[in-house]
Design a protein around this ligand. Structure first.
Ligand code: ATP
Length: 250
């Protein structure tokens, strides 16, 4: 069995007026898992738990990756408006103690990896939405994380830009000798299936996992290409599981 990158075991979170869980979710090293569920099902909370940003009220979190080995991309790029792209990307390296010049050099490389090699000096207000999200992705990847958490990072972007970004994420994932585990939240079923090895569906009512479906994906993988028919069948299966999970709340 593959090493576990992160796992939630019987985790419950109690917010005022809302209880989520118990959530059981294990992500293997190098695995790409997408989380889908209705609005309010607990997808962002699950990511925050995996990142160690939210404390379980009950249950346990296991993480192979330390805090410095986890990258998080939020729904909006959350860039410092006064700093250029390279300074934004360099921030986690500087916070971990790397000298400013060395951090900037690595940040410029990380920007080149996401296709922004010529925009290191640009301020966030000089970037398109897709470019700003690429800067945010570069900032999450610059520390070579073992666990990459993506919380609907493309929600505000057009479909062509989204597809390109997903393919870039897959390319960067595959380029690493030891690829990071990725947990990716999306509302888009096709997008979920396109990138994932597994799609996990959360119940609208409780945040529990109601379905855990292996996916063929369409991107090249070590275990080979799959057919369009396999992909369509997986999309149908995930859409059905999502509808059933949403029905639980009615
Ligand atoms: N800090 C908090 N205080 C109180 N309630 C919270 C808090 N964080 C989350 N919740 C509640 O927990 C539930 C799950 O929220 P969460 O943001 O994880 O859902 P989500 O599936 O990511 O939703 P969306 O798709 O709309 O982003 C919601 O009902 C939300 O209102």
């Amino acid at each position: 069995m593959a090493d576990t990158a992160a796992a939630l075991s019987h985790v419950c979170v109690h917010f005022p007026g809302k209880a989520l869980g118990p959530i059981d979710l294990a992500v293997a090293a190098g695995e790409i898992v997408t989380l889908v569920g209705a609005s309010g099902a607990g997808k962002s909370t699950t990511l925050r738990l995996l990142a160690g940003l939210e404390r379980p009220s009950q249950g346990t979190l296991t993480r192979a990756a330390g805090p410095g080995r986890t990258g998080f991309v939020f729904q909006s790029p959350t860039l410092m408006p006064w700093a250029d792209a390279a300074a934004n990307v360099a921030l986690p390296l500087e916070l971990s103690g790397l000298a400013r010049d060395a951090a900037r050099q690595r940040a410029v490389q990380a920007l080149a990896d996401v296709g922004l090699g010529d925009r290191s000096d640009a301020r966030p207000n000089q970037l398109s939405g897709g470019m700003a999200m690429r800067v945010s992705l570069a900032r999450a990847l610059v520390t070579a994380p073992d666990l990459l958490l993506l919380d609907e990072p493309f929600a505000a972007l057009d479909s062509v830009t989204r597809r390109r970004l997903i393919e870039d994420i897959h390319r960067l994932w595959a380029a690493r000798a030891a690829p990071p585990a990725i947990v990716f939240v999306t509302h888009d079923v096709e997008e979920a299936v396109y990138l994932a090895h597994r799609v996990v569906v959360l119940s609208s009512a409780s945040g529990r996992v109601t379905a855990d479906l292996p996916c063929p994906g369409l991107l090249p993988r070590p275990d080979g290409w799959r057919t369009e028919a396999d992909y369509r069948a997986a999309v149908e299966a995930v859409a059905g599981a999502l509808e059933a999970a949403m029905g639980e709340a009615r």
